[in-house]
Design a protein around this ligand. Structure first.
Ligand SMILES: *[C@@H]1O[C@H](CO)[C@@H](O)[C@H](O)[C@H]1NC(C)=O
Ligand SMILES: *[C@@H]1O[C@H](CO)[C@@H](O)[C@H](O)[C@H]1NC(C)=O
Ligand SMILES: *[C@@H]1O[C@H](CO)[C@@H](O)[C@H](O)[C@H]1NC(C)=O
Ligand SMILES: *[C@@H]1O[C@H](CO)[C@@H](O)[C@H](O)[C@H]1NC(C)=O
Ligand SMILES: *[C@@H]1O[C@H](CO)[C@@H](O)[C@H](O)[C@H]1NC(C)=O
Ligand SMILES: *[C@@H]1O[C@H](CO)[C@@H](O)[C@H](O)[C@H]1NC(C)=O
Ligand SMILES: *[C@@H]1O[C@H](CO)[C@@H](O)[C@H](O)[C@H]1NC(C)=O
Ligand SMILES: *[C@@H]1O[C@H](CO)[C@@H](O)[C@H](O)[C@H]1NC(C)=O
Length: 419
């Protein structure tokens, strides 16, 4: 009994404390009403609500809306967001009587419907790259459970467009499927993102969404316009790729003699105008690199690539392709080297052979051939009849078995036998 009484007292004290707090701040208004949601374009979500009913006249209403971790406190009774609708997206709204309130209303929540279809049928790795500020290429991998003969369709939308457009130029790139469409910079000026959705014509695969920022761009490759050696320095000059101002790009120059070396060029200062005859005049935007203390009798091969800089775009890692190579310096003919290398062993072999032949001839002159004992034997018996010869042969054979190694003895024996 006593324990319970103490418990009740404690509860009462806590309740009083809470009430004191409420009085110190403002009263909590009722939750918002008439909460609705709509989706425009491909994934622009528009939430709207009405003020709560029966609010104290002293309360100036603010709305606290929360999407994931992102909280916005505003006087507006709506919120618009571009969200890739690959899952259920929910917004929670609370009303409160001041900007910084410790006592908002209860939350009201409104969510989008998740896309229909098996999640494993949806395309994966949906990714778009804006090339040359003129063409958007989007690629994806088919979902695990998508039928192999699926006919994909890609829709896109960006800010000034009135309706979603459908991409028509589909292609495959190994495992990847892609579609590309024209996207000129002037058509998206003011727009920050582009909304993409990939599904199929039969609507059997689950739609996939992506929102691509228009600040990650892959430029075309630069073009080397001049490369020359002057006063022990190597000068490289190139043209910015189309559609880009020079200061919006960062360059990488690769110079190869025996080993490739890379130079980063962020701001090119051309101090090489004292040799105008060698510089190309046609390029309005000149970029250059001077490498001092180079050796003259070495061949240098140079190529350049570009990516967007953080001053105009997002600093991505989307390097352009390398420019075509240019070379300068003493040309070391590689075929000449190959022939030389190959001819060395061949020459050695031939001269060795010649030497051997010569030595053999020499040997014959110095040491005349030793007479063949067999020949002498044959000559000796040339006039003997067949039978004797047969017998002799046999005898020799026997002796040969006994005294194989001692040919001198054999010849002596033969001579004896012959007599
Ligand atoms: C609810 O919202 C709709 C428009 O979104 C509006 O026409 C209607 O009057 C609102 N109802 C109330 C009770 O505020
Ligand atoms: C409005 O709030 C004030 C204090 O915050 C309170 O004194 C007053 O009674 C409230 N009026 C109504 C109608 O609730
Ligand atoms: C780069 O874009 C320009 C227009 O902005 C276009 O004329 C040119 O053909 C494009 N170049 C390439 C290689 O796509
Ligand atoms: C895809 O298109 C081709 C040709 O238009 C058609 O033969 C095929 O049945 C289509 N596949 C599906 C899954 O609709
Ligand atoms: C972009 O797509 C087109 C096909 O429409 C293709 O010719 C081009 O090579 C693609 N660009 C890149 C960098 O993949
Ligand atoms: C791009 O903008 C030009 C005008 O600047 C317009 O004529 C053209 O129709 C636009 N293209 C697209 C695809 O919106
Ligand atoms: C869009 O695709 C890129 C590249 O795969 C990814 O980094 C990004 O998170 C995607 N964006 C959304 C909103 O899904
Ligand atoms: C060439 O180099 C020498 C010494 O390095 C220097 O004195 C001279 O001014 C240079 N000439 C030019 C045209 O740069």
């Amino acid at each position: 009994m006593e324990g319970l009484a103490i418990g009740c007292l404690l509860w009462a004290a806590a309740a009083l404390g809470a009430a004191d707090g409420e009085i110190a701040s403002e009263a909590s208004p009722p939750p918002v009403t008439n909460f609705s949601i709509s989706v425009k374009n491909l994934c622009t979500i528009y939430w709207q609500w009405s003020p709560p009913e029966g609010v104290n006249a002293t309360c100036k209403l603010w709305y606290n809306s929360q999407l994931g971790e992102e909280k916005i406190i505003s006087l507006n009774n709506f919120r618009t967001e571009e969200v890739a609708l690959n899952e259920r997206i929910c917004l929670q709204v609370r009303s409160q009587c001041s900007v910084v309130s410790t006592n908002p209303s209860a939350a009201v929540q409104m969510c989008t419907m998740p896309p229909e279809g098996d999640p494993e049928s949806a395309v994966t790795r949906l990714r778009c790259i804006w090339h040359n500020l003129s063409q958007m290429n989007c690629t994806w991998l088919p979902g695990k459970k998508a039928p192999p003969d699926t006919n994909y369709t890609l829709y896109y939308w960006y800010s000034p467009l009135e309706e979603n457009l459908q991409c028509t130029n589909y292609y495959t790139e190994g495992q990847l499927i892609g579609c590309s469409f024209d996207l000129l910079q002037r058509n998206v000026s003011g727009s920050e993102k582009i909304q993409i959705m990939v599904t199929d014509t039969a609507r059997t695969v689950r739609p996939s969404y992506n929102i691509t920022w228009l600040n990650s761009v892959k430029p075309n490759h630069p073009i080397i316009t001049a490369l020359f050696l002057h006063n022990n320095s190597l000068y490289v000059e190139w043209e910015s790729p189309e559609n880009f101002e020079s200061n919006c790009l960062v360059y990488q120059v690769e110079v190869t003699d025996s080993q490739p070396k890379k130079y980063k060029v962020e701001e090119s200062k051309c101090h090489i105008l004292q040799t105008p005859q060698e510089l190309s005049e046609k390029s309005s935007v000149k970029n250059c690199l001077v490498i001092n203390q180079v050796e003259r009798d070495v061949q240098y091969t140079v190529r350049v690539r570009a990516k967007t800089s953080k001053y105009c775009f997002e600093d991505t890692n989307l390097w352009s392709a390398w420019s075509p190579e240019k070379s300068i310096g003493q040309k070391t003919d590689s075929t000449f080297y190959t022939i030389t290398l190959l001819s060395i062993p061949v020459a050695i072999s031939i001269s060795t052979l010649l030497l051997l032949l010569y030595l053999k001839r020499l040997k014959i002159i110095i040491f005349p051939p030793i007479p063949d004992p067999g020949k002498i034997f044959k000559e000796m018996f040339a006039d003997q009849n067949e039978d004797t010869l047969h017998w002799k042969k046999y005898d020799i054979y026997e002796k040969q078995i006994k005294e194989e190694t001692d040919s001198v003895v054999l010849v002596e024996n033969l001579k004896k036998t012959a007599q």
